[in-house]
Design a protein around this ligand. Structure first.
Ligand SMILES: *Cc1c(COP(=O)(O)O)cnc(C)c1O
Length: 394
């Protein structure tokens, strides 16, 4: 056994999160794509079957009350809240991340002073956030300016209404400084909207602690909610009364069953709802979140950094110098839970990795992306992935 393989065994032996792996459905492959689609928790199919057969099939309409369907968006929001450092009553689950970016950004602009005519957006963002931000700017009569997170402090000013930022860059895995950037946005008198798609479930976020105004995130990556699982929207409690939704559907009405032709928004987190929640996905997510019971986000972060450190070390040991180059920062405070390697023929290399049971993904034009989900990825798998990468690269 190589020295790295011996160390991997020791690290696995000392890993307090290792027992959690047995709660997931996995096969012999090394699954490093949990930052795109989290693995299936083993108890979820049985729970979904109960929702379909008993709650829907037998109780039918009664389930809106008796099975807690109606209140699921807020209830599950409160289940996510501790994972992102939020007190209860500020998160509602529903719709996609794209839709929630729209709600959050338009609402943020509507909260800002009239005279502020500019929205800043992360120029390196996952494209959907940029597309939605452009539409939000057109609808609210503001100008959209794309700047990198590093350029944000200098770009802020009296014209800035709101800023849409990513906590972790989906391509490079770079972790941005949420506390400092939020403070800078506030110092300029603007509102900060954060996208947590690649951080929630992988590292501490501290929404309340850092005074974030609004945030969104998806649940099918590190939260393992399943393909297309509904996203979530956080609106800080003291801003909720001013949250003016651009999609004020009947589910967000103060009295939804009053069927009033005029709109009156609900108080609190339900104001972020739109229409009838997609119960099947939502309750699959609720079941999936049970794997977090008793798990500390700090422990997850410690393991995540240990996994990515070890992967980088193994890649260096297993590949010819210069064959791959990490575009993920080496500094812990700048690293999310993935490693992105720039590599010639990356698309072809990833196909060969997948053929050999190492599942990551390829991002155009030249990036191999490997996500590390601390709940079910171990150190021996990390060593194996790097070793196979070395073999594939020749
Ligand atoms: C994954 C991801 C999304 C996905 O949005 P959907 O509406 O769920 O398709 C959006 N933004 C970021 C930053 C992401 O990483």
């Amino acid at each position: 056994m190589s020295e790295l393989a011996v160390r991997a065994e020791k690290l696995d032996g000392a890993d307090e999160l290792a027992p959690l792996k047995s709660r997931f459905v996995l096969d012999g492959a090394v699954y490093l794509d949990g930052n795109s689609l989290g693995a299936l928790p083993a108890h979820v199919p049985g729970r979904v079957e109960d929702v379909v057969r008993r709650q829907w099939g037998e109780l039918r309409i009664r389930s809106w009350e008796e099975s807690g369907w109606w209140t699921a968006p807020e209830r599950i929001g409160d289940r996510i809240a501790p994972l992102v450092g939020a007190a209860p009553g500020q998160i509602v689950v529903g719709d996609s991340t794209s839709v929630n970016v729209f709600k959050a950004l338009v609402a943020a602009v509507r909260m800002a002073d009239e005279g502020r005519d500019e929205i800043l957006v992360d120029a390196t963002t996952f494209p959907t956030d940029g597309y939605i931000a452009a539409s939000a700017a057109r609808l609210t009569g503001r100008t959209l300016r794309a700047v990198t997170p590093a350029e944000v402090p200098a770009a802020l000013g009296a014209r800035t209404a709101a800023v849409l930022l990513n906590h972790v860059d989906y391509r490079t895995g770079r972790l941005h400084d949420l506390p400092a950037l939020t403070a800078a946005v506030h110092a300029a008198g603007a509102l900060a909207v954060w996208d947590l798609c690649h951080s929630a479930g992988a590292l501490p976020v501290g929404l309340d602690e850092h005074g974030v105004d609004l945030a969104v995130g998806c649940t099918y990556k590190y939260l393992n909610g399943g393909p297309g699982a509904p996203a979530y929207l956080y609106v800080r409690s003291d801003l909720q009364d001013r949250f003016d939704s651009p999609l004020p559907g009947w589910n967000s009405h103060a009295d939804p069953f009053g069927m009033d032709p005029s709109y009156a928004p609900a108080p609190g987190a339900p104001r972020g709802r739109v229409g009838t929640p997609d119960i099947l996905s939502m309750l699959a997510l609720e079941a999936a979140l049970e794997v977090w019971d008793g798990v500390s986000v700090e422990a997850v972060r410690r393991k995540s950094l240990a996994l990515t450190d070890f992967f980088l070390e193994c890649v260096t040991a297993c590949t010819e110098p210069g064959r791959v180059e990490s575009v993920t920062p080496a500094a812990h405070e700048e690293r999310g839970s993935q490693v992105a390697l720039r590599c010639a023929d990356a698309g072809d290399v990833m196909k060969r990795l997948i053929d050999r049971g190492v599942i990551g993904d390829f991002r155009h034009p030249d990036v191999l992306r490997f996500g590390f989900t601390p709940l079910y990825v171990g150190f021996a798998e990390v060593e194996r992935a790097a070793r196979i990468l070395g073999e594939v690269l020749g």
